[in-house]
Design a protein around this ligand. Structure first.
Ligand code: ZN
Length: 176
C-alpha cells in the first residue's frame, strides 16, 4: 500500500501510449493497490497507470472516490468496443489540478478488459461511468482531455498552465 506522486501535464509519460500488460502477475496487482491508494488520497474517481508514471495499460475507476466499499473497478488492457452518441459534460483530471473542461463524450460505452485474475470481461455503462472510462482510456492512449476542446480553448489552457508552472502553482492534490 502506497500513495504515489501524481504526474502532472505536460510530463512525457502522459503523452506516450502505454504498453499492454503481457501477463497479470503480482506486480500488476501491487500497481493497482498503489493506484487505488493514490486515487483515494487525492481524492479522485479515476486514475490511469501513466498518471503515476507507469506506462502500462491499466486504469481504475470508483465513482464514490472510496467513500463506499465495493465500488472499485479495475481494467487491464481495456479497449472500447462500442461508443454511442455525444454528450458534453464537465471533467476534471488529477494531472491537471483545478482545470475543468467541457468535454464531449459518448454517453454510453462498452469496454472490454481483463480483471486482476487475467480473465476477460466486458462492461457496458452510461453517464458518469462511461465518461470516466473514456477519460482514462484516453490517458492510456497517450492523450489527455485537452484534445477534445477547441484549439482556441486548448491554447488558452496551455498558456494558463505555463503561467502556473512559472509561479510554482502547478502542484498535485496529493503530495506523497
Ligand atoms: Zn485524467
Amino acid at each position: 500500500m502506497a500513495v504515489r506522486p501524481i504526474v502532472l501535464y505536460p510530463d512525457p509519460v502522459l503523452l506516450r501510449p502505454t504498453s499492454p500488460v503481457e501477463v497479470v502477475v503480482d506486480d500488476i496487482r501491487t500497481l493497482v493497490e498503489d493506484m487505488r491508494d493514490t486515487m483515494y488520497a487525492a481524492p479522485g474517481i479515476g486514475l490511469a497507470a501513466n498518471q503515476i508514471g507507469v506506462g502500462l495499460r491499466v486504469f481504475i475507476v470508483d465513482l464514490t472516490a472510496g467513500d463506499e466499499d465495493g465500488n472499485l473497478h479495475v481494467f487491464v488492457n481495456p479497449e472500447v468496443r462500442e461508443a454511442e452518441g455525444t454528450e458534453v459534460g464537465e471533467e476534471g483530471c488529477l494531472s491537471f489540478p483545478d482545470v475543468l473542461l467541457d468535454v464531449p463524450r459518448a454517453p454510453r460505452v462498452t469496454v472490454e478488459a481483463l480483471d486482476l485474475d487475467g480473465k476477460p470481461f466486458e462492461v457496458t455503462a452510461d453517464g458518469l461511468m462511461a465518461r470516466a472510462m473514456l477519460h482514462e482510456i484516453e490517458h492510456l492512449d497517450g492523450q489527455t482531455f485537452l484534445r477534445n476542446v477547441s484549439s482556441l480553448k486548448r491554447e488558452l489552457v496551455k498558456r494558463q498552465i505555463k503561467k502556473r508552472i512559472k509561479a510554482g502553482d502547478w502542484v498535485a492534490a496529493v503530495d506523497a
